[in-house]
Design a protein around this ligand. Structure first.
Ligand SMILES: NC(=O)c1ccc[n+]([C@@H]2O[C@H](COP(=O)([O-])OP(=O)(O)OC[C@H]3O[C@@H](n4cnc5c(N)ncnc54)[C@H](O)[C@@H]3O)[C@@H](O)[C@H]2O)c1
Length: 305
């Protein structure tokens, strides 16, 4: 069995993945800003920020595999805070990747999103796309093996406040009313977080080295059907209101978008002669090197010859 660090392991998805890893006999270390409410007696907790490079180094040095779940995971929060999102989601991930290379980690398993394929998701999507590219580059440059997990819509116990199903259940319990942004015709493939956590651990198999894996549900539901289901379970006492005007940042039927990005080819009307242009560059370099007092071999060869 292996030593595994779960970064962001106090959160919704990370805590369930930590449970599955521990139940399978792995030695689990959880790294998070906050202490996990779900910490098992045989799990070890490290409290810290992924922006603290020294602590990330010390934590990664101990283990064989790293799961990385720590991020600004709320699309709305990321949309309102692009710089903060880039720091936590991108720079934080780079700290982790660097340490994985330094301590020759067997594999990094990264939590991405189906939104990387989408026109939706704003800065959340930009940060996830960027991390995916960096992870690929770290493999190309340093042979750090990876598995990228692209999760769909999760629901289940321990969900955070911005989780859709958790949020509507809270509204129903507190106010006997659910206000849904959107017309309810949107479809989602919900997956239970425990099923997602089991799949997330199954990918430790060698079959998933350097692979992208989609972890989504296989039962498509319209949002209005789901809300009706919740209403029925709560004795039809819940008022459901749809607010399609303020629906923003999410998708209707599919997260995927066809986005060919063909650049315009701009043909300049001006024309610098190539030879003349290169001569300008040689001249500029020559002047700069001379000013810096560097010994220019070219001149010496010319003199001696
Ligand atoms: N929940 C979903 O539906 C879903 C879908 C697709 C992708 N994901 C991705 O999965 C990951 C986990 O999502 P989640 O829903 O469990 O979110 P979450 O907010 O419940 O968990 C994230 C955890 O990371 C920790 N964290 C955040 N910033 C940190 C930092 N700077 N240093 C250390 N710890 C930090 C938080 O304290 C939290 O415990 C995220 O990367 C998210 O983008 C989630």
């Amino acid at each position: 069995m292996s030593k595994v660090l779960v970064i962001g392991g106090s959160g919704f998805l990370g805590s369930h993945v930590s449970d599955v890893l521990t139940n399978k006999g792995h030695e689990v270390y959880i790294f998070d800003l906050v202490k996990s409410k779900y910490l098992l007696p045989n799990q070890k907790m490290i409290i810290g920020d992924i922006l603290n490079k020294d602590l990330i180094d010390q934590s990664i040095e101990k283990v064989d595999y790293v799961y990385h779940f720590a991020a600004i995971a709320d699309i709305k929060e990321a949309k309102d805070n692009p710089i903060k999102s880039a720091r936590f989601n991108i720079i934080g991930t780079l700290n982790i990747l660097d340490a994985c290379v330094k301590y020759k980690i067997k594999r990094i398993i990264f939590s991405s999103s189906i939104y990387v394929y989408s026109n939706h998701g704003s800065f959340y999507r930009s940060t996830k796309q960027s991390c995916e590219l960096f992870i690929e580059n770290y493999f190309e440059e340093y042979k750090l093996e990876y598995t990228i997990l692209r999760y769909g819509s999760l629901y289940g116990t321990r969900a955070n406040n911005f989780n859709f199903i958790n949020n509507v259940i809270k509204q129903a319990l507190l106010n006997k009313e659910i206000i849904r942004k959107g017309d309810g015709q949107e479809t989602r493939d919900y997956i239970n977080v425990i099923d997602a956590a089991i799949s997330s651990v199954d990918v430790l198999s060698e079959d998933y080295i350097n692979k992208y894996v989609m972890i989504t549900g296989n039962q498509t539901r319209k949002v209005n059907e789901l809300l009706e289901m919740i209403n029925e379970m709560m004795n039809n006492e819940i008022k459901i209101t749809y607010d399609s005007k303020n629906y923003d940042g999410h998708y209707q039927l599919t997260p995927y978008s066809f986005r060919p990005k063909v650049a315009l080819k701009m043909i300049s009307k001006n024309h610098h002669d190539l030879g003349q242009g290169i001569l300008d560059c040689i001249y500029e370099n020559y002047q700069t090197l001379k000013k810096e007092g560097q010994s220019i071999l070219y001149n010496k060869i010319k003199k001696n010859g």
